[in-house]
Structure formats: C-alpha cells, structure tokens
Design a protein around this ligand. Sequence first.
Ligand code: ZN
Ligand code: ZN
Ligand code: FE
Length: 747
Amino acid sequence: MKKRIAIFIQGTVQGVGFRPFIYRLARSYNLKGWVLNSPEGVMIEAEGNKSDLKNFLISIGQEKPDISFISSLEFKYLDLKDYDDFVIKKSENHSEPTVRIIPDIATCSKCRDEIFNPDDRRYLYPFTNCTNCGPRFSIIASLPYDRQNTTMKKFSMCSECRSEYENTENRRFHAQPNACPVCGPHIELWDSSKKILNKNIDAAAECVEFIKKGNIIALKGLGGFQLIADARNDDAIKLLRKRKYREEKPFAVMYPDIQMVKNDCDVSPLEERLLNSAQCPIVLLFAKDNDVSKFVAPGNPYLGVMIPYTPLHHILMKELGFPVIATSGNLSEEPICIDENEAISKLGNIADYFLVHNRPIERHVDDSIVRVINDRELILRRARGYAPLSVDIESNTKMLAVGGHLKNTIAVTGNKKFFLSQHIGNLGTPESYNTFQNTIEDFKRLYKTQPDCIICDMHPDYLSAKYSVKQSIEVKKIQHHIAHTFSCMFDNETEPPLLGVSWDGTGYGEDGKIWGGEFFIFDENGISRKAHFKYFKLPGGEICIKKINRIAFSLLNETGSDDSEKSDNLLSLNSKEKNLLREMLKRKINSPETSSVGRLFDGVAAVLGLRNQVNFEGQAAMELEFLTVNSDNDDYYDYKIENSKSTLIIDWRPIIDKIITEKINKLSLNSISVKFHNTLARIILDISKICGLKKVLLSGGCFQNKYLLEKTIKLLEQNNFKPYWHQRIPPNDGGISAGQAFSLIKS
Ligand code: ZN
Ligand code: ZN
Ligand code: FE
C-alpha cells in the first residue's frame, strides 16, 4: 500500500551534499516527492510503498554523507498527495532567520572517540562536545544561542578551546558549550553531607566502584538528576524502591552499548535506529531472557532501554560493562531535580552518593520515551532530544495552552509558530505547579511572545485551569477528550469530516460526569458527542483510581452479580465492605458516574483477579495488555449499542457478564484479555460503520496499548476506513496542550 511520509531533519545537513544524497536514495527506492532546505533544517516528503519508505528512513542514518550529522530526525505518515517525480525543491528565501532552540543532542561518535583516546587532550573528559553534539535546550538561558546566553558563560575558554571555537575549519567552530579539562566544568563525588570524596576522573572511578557494590547514586546528568543502580542487583533495586516509595512502576535501564541491548531484548531495525539516534530516547523493547533483576519492571515483558548519551554516561558505562537502572531523580510526583543542593535535600534519603558537576542546568528535561507500534514510532513522552517541538502554522494567533493535569505539557503560539514544551509531569504538588508556571514564563520569554488568550481544560479543579482564570487575559475552555481528538488531527495534518475516538482514564465532561470512552463527530455542523460507554459509578470517587476492586464491584453491581457468590469468588472484599459499597452505589453517595474505558480496563483487571489495587497510573490496564502478548485470536464478546436521543450508548454489561462466567469456568486469562481487547476494537468498528465517516482518529491514553491500537487499525483498514493515530505528539495527556492550541488555531 502506498503511503506519504514527511521527514524533518536537523543537524549538520546543509551545505554537505545532503540534498543530492536524499535525491539519489529516494530514487533508488522508487519514491516520489521532494527534498527542501528550510531555516528549520532539511524537510523531505516521500511517497511510495510502506517497506521502501521504511528502508529509506533507516538508510538515511546509515548511508548519509560522512561530514553530515543528524541531531534530530522525526517523521510522520500523512495522506497521499500522488507526486509524480522526486525533485530537489528550491530553498525558500526567508529574509530573517527564525529563532530556533535546538534540543539536546547525544554525544557524537567523534567526541566519543576522543574521550577514549589516551593521547587526546579530552581523554575521559565528561563535558566533551562539539558543533554536532552536546547540551542545547538544557543550557540555553536566552536567545540568540551564544555562549554568553548559556549556563556555560561562567567558564571562559582556554586558548586551545578558543582557537577551536574561532576556526571555521574546526569541528568545534562556534560550538557554544565547548570545553576541556583545563577550562571547563568538572565532576565531584559527594556523600549526602556534601563532603567531597573525589574529583574529576577519580570521582567517576570511585562512583563506578560504589555502583558495583550495590549503592544508589544520584547523578547530575544533562537535563536533571538520575538515580543509578546496578540493574542486575535485586537488593539495590529493592532498596531504591523502598526509599523512593515506588513499589512497582518500571524503571528505565541504560545499557553500555547497543550490542548488549540486542543480547537482552528483541530489537527491530526501526527500534535500533531510535536507540542509536542523536535523540537517544528510552525505547520500550520486548525483553528476552536476561540478567536484569525482576524488580526493575515487575511482571512486565517490556524493558525501557536507552544507551549512553553524554560523555559522563559513556565513561561510567564503559567502566561498568553492565546495565544500570537510570530513573528520574525526583520525589514521586515532583519534577526532576536540576540543582545539586536541591538534590541533596530531596534525594539525601534515597541516594548513597552524589556524582555532581558545576555546569548549571537551565531547565529540567527528562528522558524521552518512545514505543514502536504497528511499525511506527509513537512518542509517549516528549522531552530530552525532542523538546521543544516547533511547527509552522498559518495562523498568527498568540495564545497559551496550559494542558491537562497528568503528564502536563504547555504550548504557546506566536509569529506563525507553534511550540510545545517538554514533559512537565503531574500537577499534584506545589513543586510541579511551580515548574509549570516557570515553564510558561520560560516559553514566553524564549520565544518573545505574549499570549492574548489562554486555553485550558473544562475541569474546574485543575490547577492549570485555576492558573488560567487568575491571568488577566481572555480564557477559553475546551473539553478534555475533544482536545485529545484535536491533538491527533494536528499530529496527522488531517481535517474533518471525521470520527474522533477518545479513550482514556479521566476527563471532565460537558455534563459534569467523568468522561473517557467517547466518540465525536467533527463535521460541517461542528463537534457532537456521537457515542459513549454506558455510565457506571465509582464508589468513593477518586479512590477508585487506586482501589480498582471497587470499580469491579460497581461493574458487578450494574450487572446484578454483586450479591451472589460470584462476587465472593471474584473480589477480595469482605461482606462489610461490600455492604458499604452497595449502599454508596444505591444512594449515590460520593459515587460519580463515568464512561471511562481506562476505568473499565481497571475493573476488568480486578474481576480477573490480576490485582485489587494499583500502584501507578495505568498499571492494571498494562497488565491486561501483557496478557495479550503472543496470544492473538479474533474472538470477541457480545455487547449492545442503545440509542438514547441522538446519542449511542455502548452497553458493556454483556461483556462483563461473559467475562465473569469465563473467569469462574477458569478459561485462560490470556484468551479472556484478548477477547476483551478485540471487543473494544469491534466497538470502534461498529460505531464507525454507523457514523459512516471514512476517517477515524484514535486518541487518548488507551491507545498507548499496542494490542488495542494494532487490532483497531487492522479492523478499520480491513473495512475500508482510514485510521489515524499518534506519531510525534503523545496520545496521552502530554498531547492535551497541543490539542487545546490546535482547536483555537482552527476556530
Ligand atoms: Zn561531538
Ligand atoms: Zn579549554
Ligand atoms: Fe486524557
């Protein structure tokens, strides 16, 4: 099947024979389209069959001209344009070069070679960088991007560094963070009382010994602190979990090199490209039999894996020679620490030692997370290497979009540009709310834009919404799930008429109920809520997000199974608890109604006995998804679609009834889970058929689920619908700000 792909490349790609290279490569794969130099970098559009496009993408990185360097490559699939040739387009003549903030770039191979060359003056120097690599977004204080405007301003270059910096022929010509052991930043190893144990390379060497002994290290990295421990050491991981109050949420793992990753995990060519890219994200990989402790990602068949991306990581990992966990250095729910004094006070009870340095971090940038689904990259968290995202838009509106409550990001527009911030996190603590406000000020200042209006979520209690009404400019509100659909539209550059499927855990609905299983029609008449899952109650409200057996009880109650011995069999609730819940449901005491598919996943997981409580958002749904691994089939459960006025109500009760029966009859959990997923995909197909719109957009946190997303895409395509899903903008609430902004751009 023919596809169109748009590729955005930044780095040393101009004036190095890059366009002719792309031209030849595209022709060799029989692709049509164009390549163009723009102020933002090289842009490519190519059409051809899917496998040729995939090989083309992978070959760009592998066969590019020697002197070129790709600091970021992103792509997305778009609707066909039916080009009839491949051409080099004339460069656009921009009178003014646009201000551009470049994401942080992983250490290039030339710098890496220098670090490990005993004869080089930067031998084992942890701050080695060049024009092609090193810190950017995390050190830029203001524009233009000059050393004086970065956190490197306090280091003055030695004569050798200066002559590199001034020599047009040198790889470090105008490399703003240029540094060496003589003039640049240095590392120190501290204990938790701030006592300096060692400096420079001895600090790294001692740190390595501590990690080998099972200690936990707080490492000042590129965009913030990371907590590091031997990933093979059960005791070290258990200790970290205990100290961090993080019971089961998976930790990311850093491997010394790609070969070791391949020994431990399945790695497709696309995943390998991502791991090796200069963006160097955490990639979710299917784990093979390996030595990584089962406490790293309990019950999870996947591992979040990355390879070293700074010289300091390279030096440590080469010495260690085994994988370590590398997780955000923060207290739970707070933003990642970026300052060593802050780290000592916050992480003093978590880390045994602190490997710090004196190059200040201007703003927090977490590690990014990506996953390959249906042979495409799906970004789950946009941060280091990817942030900030800048997109040209037609509109000249100046606005601020403040995002949602979980996985918050913000977006600003101005000067015909759209900018999306890095991942900020859950706005549940004063610290994260501070970071949220700082990021807004940061983006307004960096991009010299003053918004005329703010767009926020409808939820009256969201801190982001409360922030918005306090500002003295116009505030507009948009419903959460409608914003999700807008973000998917924006990501895919597609237009109504379309059906937006928006499924997640929580979002405030226009009727004051908790939405999360929504279908919207976007057409010439505007936006209408065409269908949703039948409401069910959450006894106790918010607490159900954690205590999912309460959701299960509510589902059983709705199907009339809560009284019988069925519920005794299924749920670990004593009769007193059950009576209490039953009363709450009956009298509607603190039992808000929801149509959330995320909560339905939770309830089904509890009915199946996977767990009664979750320790982190999405845990139960993930476990249901894991049951589908290697057990595909096409069976599904019956369900009903009812017509209420002009809205379709999806009655899930027959599904729950059947699941209860199958569970009691001891059918395999794998097949029950597969059938449940298939049923959800069927529901999307059926509603799509009723609506009769060709385009179906899949957005919301539920579509991080690989099985659900791939099954839905397949069913829709087999039935001649055109499914769209997320690519560069996360399907989860990290995409809400983009959706909010885009809804205003469109209106
Ligand atoms: Zn370099
Ligand atoms: Zn120097
Ligand atoms: Fe959401």
